[in-house]
Write a protein that binds this ligand. Sequence first.
Ligand code: BES
Ligand code: MN
Ligand code: ZN
Length: 501
Amino acid sequence: MTDLAKLTFVKRATPKKGTAVVFLDADLRGGAVVSELFSGDPDRIAHLAKISGFTGKKATVIDLIAPADMPVDRLLVVGLGATAELSEADWLKLGGSVCSALQNAKTSDAMIVMETADGEVPDAAAAATFAMGLKLRAYKFDTYKSKKSDADSKPTAIKVQIGVADTRAAKKAWAAKDGIADGVCLARDLVNEPANILGPVEFAKKAAELEELGVDVEILGDKELKKLQMNALLGVAQGSVKPSRLVVMRWNGGKKGAAPAAFVGKGVVFDTGGISIKPAGGMEEMKGDMGGAATVVGLLHAVAARKAKANVIGVIGLVENMPDGNAQRPGDIVTAMSGTTIEILNTDAEGRLVLADALWYTQEKYKPACLIDLATLTGAVIVALGHHHAGLYANDDDLAAKITAAAEATSEAVWRMPLSKDYDKMIDTPNADVKNTGGRWAGSITAAQFLQRFVKDGVPWAHLDIAGTAFSAPKTDISQGWASGYGVRLLDRYIADNHER
Ligand code: BES
Ligand code: MN
Ligand code: ZN
């Protein structure tokens, strides 16, 4: 995890040492502190910026040695563009860019002056969002690096003070955002950890740590799963020496007895493909095939940390998909917990088998108000949408609209994909109720159709295929690692906007 825990909010004042981070808009105007740093002469900074080729364009940064008459050593000037147009997404990205600039400058002590030109002081929400961008950008997976810092590694232990007008309001806003950021970083850690370290048992233990935040955590083992007749899930796991786990996490922050929002995650700790084995090249990426489960754990962390006034359930199915003498074969027919019989045509289409039982269990046991699953389910969704949107499927337009709105607010993009009878037919088979692949075309859609066979009538359901967004996603201002933590911020927002009383 990141070391930027030293991030604090202080009353805005003129920085006296270290690095000062100040904002200038597109007219090269700053606030009162900037003016004071330049001995009351705002034209001086405008001049300095200009001769440095700085235009004040949004998220551009110049790193200046402070003029000799200044109490600070260094001045990072950050462009805001047109300040009136700054959105939540902008503040988040700005936090990321400032973090990167601080790291490149190898600064260890910085004061960020949250101030724009007169009268346009950023509010507490903007300050907290900015801080979140900073923290997310600073995330680094270096658990297994013996030497934490070499010449080209960026420092993460930076003492950062953010100077704001109203420290109380900023601290309150940050308490929530900090919890959400921790949820994102937790999801990233879980995805980054290799499968020899984080098998189903160890992953479940990590989920159980949420109890410290007041989450009820229940762990079901092989014996219980067998008793529940989760044969679809267990069939995937039978080629692995590692036992399986189903973890249920409950956060009861809402009205007593109110139906919960339920989130279900695919947790394949490693996906070799099983007997339908994957090619060797790039197979190591499949350590991230528990990305859906990681997001659900991160989400439960977020809602518990910010004490969300909602009832939220997380259910994750944890298995390893390996080939061995006991492994499931193509042609096998298994009976899922729901009673549906499934013909296995490809043992590499395993995520849907795990989800089939996890989805059914969640509905039977908790009668949720809505059911949202997340899974690194198909390569096909990457063919369709690349790494920039998750595929969104839903049986309910209202739910789809709400998720899309939350996606826009948090800039964790989704793109709605179709479901229909015609696609559903593609997974019919003469030998059983359903087969686990629909053939070459529309692979992400037929996977979603498969899941829908395990959704009860009347339950608002959505499925996010996050194969392209959970890992191996492009570097952004707020994500420099391989694992992105995609979906934690999106679904936390969905809960905040739709399920809190
Ligand atoms: N975990 C993979 C999907 C995946 C592929 C995620 C690449 C991230 C990157 C999934 O279990 C899988 O293997 N799906 C198959 C399904 C096919 C056999 C019907 C696929 O997409 O090729
Ligand atoms: Mn697979
Ligand atoms: Zn998989």
